[in-house]
Ligand binder design. Structure first.
Ligand SMILES: [Cu+2]
Length: 103
């Protein structure tokens, strides 16, 4: 009897381990940053955001302009919109490579 119990215990441990792995994978998603749109300058591919902390460059929350990459369409955004975005460093400058309305 102890034998089947130990197998069950091993199975439980395995399940707990894989559940833990799934949780860590889910938490390792893209680094979205929350923000509020302050100003949209679609003609200049620029948007001013009131953004939360950006871990990539250890920048605390602030309001600042960002350039957006050509793939990012700014037409659908207006001041006051709550959004989330992702940035990358290009020639030492932060540029937005993805942005969408926050749910
Ligand atoms: Cu900033």
């Amino acid at each position: 009897m102890w034998h089947s119990n130990s197998r069950l215990l091993a199975l439980v441990k395995l399940l707990a381990l894989s559940a833990g792995l799934m949780v860590s994978v889910a938490h390792a998603g893209p680094p979205w940053i929350a923000a509020k749109v302050v100003k949209v300058e679609a003609d200049k591919s620029r948007v001013v955001l009131d953004h939360q902390r950006i871990e990539l460059v250890k920048m605390d929350a602030m309001t600042m302009p960002f350039k957006v990459l050509p793939g990012v369409k700014l037409d659908g955004f207006k001041p006051g919109d709550k959004v989330r975005f992702m940035v990358e460093l290009k020639n030492d400058h932060l540029v937005i490579d993805a942005m969408e309305l926050a749910k």
